[in-house]
Design a protein around this ligand. Structure first.
Ligand code: FES
Length: 101
């Protein structure tokens, strides 16, 4: 997949993998899960409860709640505020109905 990160003039921390819906995604130390997913070209982070419409990163600063995902088994975790760490298990959050909530 094409690299979507700024490369020129940027120093990054250690590179590692996280697992997103069973697939490996590259992340770097100091990067949020939301940023790693955008760099990987993943735009859908959750589905709405009423109409199951896809939602993704919007404000990127913890205000809109659109980026809620299941991160390490915890639903409604904001991907834009959660730092990626080696071994993170991330799932696209389905509607409450589909999750049986
Ligand atoms: S993108 Fe708005 S709270 Fe995460």
């Amino acid at each position: 997949m094409e690299e979507k990160r700024v490369i020129k003039g940027v120093e990054r921390g250690r590179r590692f993998e996280i697992t997103v819906d069973g697939e490996k995604v590259i992340a770097y130390e100091g990067e949020t899960i939301g940023a790693a997913l955008m760099a990987a070209g993943r735009r859908t982070l959750r589905y709405t409860n009423k109409k199951e419409h896809p939602r993704g990163l919007y404000c990127g600063i913890g205000l809109c709640q659109e980026c809620r995902m299941v991160i390490n088994g915890v639903a409604n975790t904001q991907a834009c505020k959660t730092l990626a760490a080696p071994g993170c298990q991330v799932e696209t959050q389905k509607s409450d109905k589909k999750r049986g909530v």
